[in-house]
Design a protein around this ligand. Structure first.
Ligand code: GDL
Length: 460
């Protein structure tokens, strides 16, 4: 990619998730961070900001605008353009002049504090008109969207020709031939208005150059990729996405106008994936996810805490990227299970599993109590907690198996093991690939067999 292309290519982060969104302090820090690693845009669009979406017609309170003004300054100082987006599709009437003016009023408030990049997010809405007037004025949804955007863009251009507008269409994922909506939108929308595309899926396992090219053909312009990794909202809330980006072909950048990454509600923990995206943007051909991840961990957690974080994170890889999770744990468990099922609990394989459980325990302790990056520590806490339940459950299962084998009483560890299982089942977060349940099942089975055998000998 030449320098000229690079200068206008959007490398962004979007705060575009559902749920609790960032505080201004978190956002300012994140903007400084992404500016320092080569990103050039921050798109503000948290779904649960009421003045952004559900109550988009309302202006922000004065003190909130003052805070935005400080954030816009932080962004400028960091070499990042702050883009304000509005999620007006939830209730707006496309035919209403008043609604059109209200969007402009919202944009103008941001224009006045220095914002020049704007976006309208029409994702996650019903794809039919809600207001009678819309059906009367427009033949299709696409026509309405194109018309509103074209008029917005024209107005923004009268304010300052540097103003940009981008759009998240209602159909923002999929594959060729794409919907009639997208084709019509592509035909009618001003060619300078960029369109977001999340790939074949909403949360895409892979994004290929051919996906972007097919989208470009339908939408009559190369898309801006909206990557839904590492975001972890809605049904993904149990997962913590701290692994590196994978599965994005190197040719995607050349076939797109920009690339924005939807972050997690866990602001500091999002930096891990964002750091690896920055390496991918810098050198898509040479991008090595494992190397990039190792560097990201050292940089964000600090050298001292990197090993503990890595041990933790290797058990937190469940995501749309479909990277295998808990590989080391699985291997150790498989080897130990062979021996345990054969009735032996005192052997090298079982000891190796025990040692790994200790490693997990030490890692959790370190991350909670010794890591300097306390913002990260606070983000990780719920996942550390559930990982601790897993490792204690496994330790207790091993105690049950050892005791049963020696013919000793195992009531106490069995009770504790069941308690841990209960904690795991009711916990809102998920860690590991869940394979340690096999160990619990074997402990329960063994305990049951021992009890039955005991009963039978009592009866005799
Ligand atoms: C979506 C939403 C986004 C959400 C993401 C992941 C787009 C364009 N919209 O569909 O706000 O965070 O899925 O759940 O991706």
């Amino acid at each position: 990619m030449g320098d000229a292309t690079k200068a206008s290519y959007v490398r962004g982060v979007i705060e575009g998730f559902y749920g609790v969104y960032y505080t201004f302090a978190e956002r300012d820090d994140l903007i400084r961070y992404i500016g320092s690693i080569g990103y050039n845009q921050y798109i503000y669009g948290p779904k649960n900001d009421r003045q952004h979406r559900m109550r988009w017609r309302e202006p922000y309170p004065e003190d909130v605008m003052a805070a935005f003004s400080r954030t816009v300054r932080v962004a400028r100082e960091s070499g990042v353009s702050f883009c304000y987006s509005i999620g007006s599709g939830v209730t707006m009437s496309y035919a209403s002049e008043e609604d059109f003016r209200l969007i402009l009023r919202k944009f103008k408030a941001f224009y006045d504090i220095g914002v020049r990049d704007f976006s309208i997010l029409l994702d996650d809405i019903a794809s039919s008109f809600k207001h009678e007037a819309d059906g009367a004025r427009y033949a299709t949804f696409a026509e309405a969207h194109a018309d509103v955007c074209n008029r917005l863009y024209a107005e923004l251009q009268t304010w300052d020709s540097a103003c940009t507008l981008s759009l998240c269409p209602t159909d923002y994922h999929g594959k060729a031939p794409f919907s009639p909506y997208l084709h019509e939108l592509g035909e009618k929308l001003h060619p300078r208005v960029d369109i977001f595309y999340t790939g074949e899926e909403i949360c895409s396992t892979a994004i290929r150059r051919s996906d972007a090219e097919a989208f470009a053909l339908a939408a009559r312009r190369p898309p801006v990729i909206w990557d839904n990794y590492p975001v972890n909202d809605l049904a993904m809330r149990p997962e913590l996405h701290v692994g590196p980006i994978r599965g994005r072909e190197s040719g995607v950048l050349a076939a797109t106008r920009g690339y924005v990454v939807n972050a997690m509600a866990e602001c500091e923990a999002s930096k891990l994936a964002l750091r690896t995206f920055a390496d991918y943007f810098d050198d898509p051909e040479g991008y090595d996810a494992d190397r990039s991840w190792a560097n990201a961990i050292e940089e964000i957690c600090g050298e001292r805490s990197a090993p503990a974080f890595r041990t933790f994170a290797e058990n937190s890889l469940e995501s749309c990227l479909r990277e295998p999770n808990s590989v080391k744990l699985r291997e150790l468990l498989d080897a130990a299970m062979l021996r345990l099922r054969a009735g032996s609990s005192d052997n090298e394989e079982v000891r190796a599993l025990g040692a790994y459980l200790t490693e997990l325990d030490e890692a959790c302790y370190h991350l909670k109590n010794r890591m300097y990056n306390t913002a990260l520590r606070n983000n990780l806490l719920p996942w550390i907690e559930v990982l601790e339940h897993w490792l204690w459950m496994a330790r207790r299962a091993l105690l049950v198996l050892e005791a049963a084998q020696r013919g000793e009483d195992f009531k106490q560890p069995l009770g504790w093991m069941k308690e841990s299982l209960g904690e795991i089942d009711k916990h809102p977060k998920r860690m590991t690939d869940g394979s340690l349940r096999e160990l619990a099942a074997l402990a329960l089975e063994t305990a049951e067999a021992a009890r039955t055998a005991g009963k039978e000998s009592d009866e005799r």
